[in-house]
Design a protein around this ligand. Structure first.
Ligand SMILES: NC(=O)c1ccc[n+]([C@@H]2O[C@H](COP(=O)([O-])OP(=O)(O)OC[C@H]3O[C@@H](n4cnc5c(N)ncnc54)[C@H](OP(=O)(O)O)[C@@H]3O)[C@@H](O)[C@H]2O)c1
Length: 348
């Protein structure tokens, strides 16, 4: 098959490095541009000695050197507020774009600007941006040019709740989400609260009541529930590098766990990466490390009439760069699993 040229904007960050790892083994995508302001002029092998196929590719600074016109599809692994301007340029040139930031995920401008505290300068592109959760929106992604790659926490939460909401199992006024992430979720730029001595041998909640993934989760869950969904969403930082574990509580009148498990299994029966675990088995982050899997564990608390769903994903692969490559596959007419067919996570 003819190769397709791709580029990574922001190769020095954690999701950029994860994209590199995955593109090394992709059979169709050919990496022709990688950018970073601070690493510009280095070859990839100088800063990432584990790279083989693309070891001699020179990192460029897009602000000085511009963009390679031979690229067919760009991955934007840059912060929100930065991605929108770059995406605007590429879409105008007819390039395909997978944006890993939050810039095109929210469908309401005031909500975006309120939660992210930045003016949206490319709002005209939002209607054409497809939310890139492949199990839910495969056909829409196939016919798009611009994909809003979902956030890491929203990926773990939406996959965990989609079957229940679609089947009308939810009966309550809010959904409670207690989520924990490894510290790569905070990005690679130095910040005091993610220094080794702050994170190691420690555990704490952060952004309580104000995490920016809240409106994204509510938007998507409301769509599938056909009514407004409000979530109480609390995030914690784990002293590990990668992985997200979300424990989710939702009221239900269905008190037969076997029936609920059957609904979940039926919903994901053709979806290779989402696995509903057997009774009394609950996901662990090491079972998904470096993979595209989302593992789901279910339990019913009859006393409080709550369904508890435990969901584990790898934030960098499934929650960011692996999902971005899956979306790029779909944008380019490939099977969504292309280049992501590794079946065994990095255990232990
Ligand atoms: N980390 C995760 O688990 C995760 C999961 C899902 C989504 N995301 C999203 O993915 C994006 C990247 O996340 P990350 O964790 O990889 O962040 P990161 O480690 O902080 O890296 C940010 C990257 O963006 C580049 N960059 C920053 N400002 C820029 C600018 N003004 N112009 C051009 N490049 C700029 C940086 O390169 P230079 O400074 O060298 O130019 C760096 O390569 C973010 O929007 C994040 O929210 C992250």
């Amino acid at each position: 098959m003819k190769s397709i040229n791709v580029g990574i904007i922001g190769v020095s960050g954690y999701t950029g490095i994860e994209l590199l790892r995955l593109l090394e083994v992709h059979p169709v995508f050919n990496l022709v541009q990688v950018t970073s302001r601070k690493l510009a002029k280095n070859t990839l092998k100088t800063v990432f000695p584990f790279i083989n196929k693309y070891k001699d590719l020179v990192i460029t600074d897009s602000e000085i050197d511009g963009f390679n016109s031979e690229v067919d599809l760009f991955f934007l692994a840059v912060p929100h507020g930065t991605a929108m301007d770059i995406a605007k340029k590429f879409v105008a040139q007819g390039k395909k774009v997978v944006d890993l930031s939050a810039d095109f995920r929210l469908k309401d401008k005031e909500t975006y600007e309120g939660w992210y505290n930045v003016e949206h300068r490319a709002w005209e592109l939002v209607p054409q941006a497809v939310y890139g959760l492949p199990e839910l929106y495969e056909q829409e992604i196939r016919s798009a040019n611009l994909v809003a790659n979902p956030g890491c926490y929203p990926t773990s939460v939406i996959l965990a709740l989609y079957p229940a909401l679609k089947a009308g199992l939810w009966d309550g006024d809010k959904i409670v989400i207690d989520a924990k992430s490894g510290s790569t979720g905070a990005g690679r730029s130095p910040k005091e609260n993610i220094l080794f001595c702050e994170v190691n041998d420690n555990f704490f909640a952060y952004n309580v009541g104000q995490h920016r993934h809240t409106p994204e989760i509510e938007q998507e869950l409301s769509f599938w529930a056909h009514k407004s969904v409000k979530v109480l969403f609390t995030t914690h930082l784990l002293p590990i590098n990668r992985g997200i574990l979300s424990t989710i509580y939702l009221g239900t009148k269905e008190l037969d766990l076997d029936k609920i498990r059957a609904i979940y299994q039926d919903c994901y029966k053709d979806k290779r990466w989402v696995k509903v675990l057997d009774k009394s088995i609950f996901p662990q982050v090491r079972w998904v490390r470096g993979s595209m899997y989302c593992l789901l564990g279910l339990v019913l608390d009859k006393k409080t009439q709550q369904l508890v769903v435990v969901s584990a994903i790898d934030n960098l692969c499934r929650g960011a760069s692996g999902q971005a490559i899956c979306n790029a596959n779909l944008l380019c007419g490939l099977d969504m699993h292309t280049g992501l067919e590794f079946e065994v996570p990095l255990v232990p």
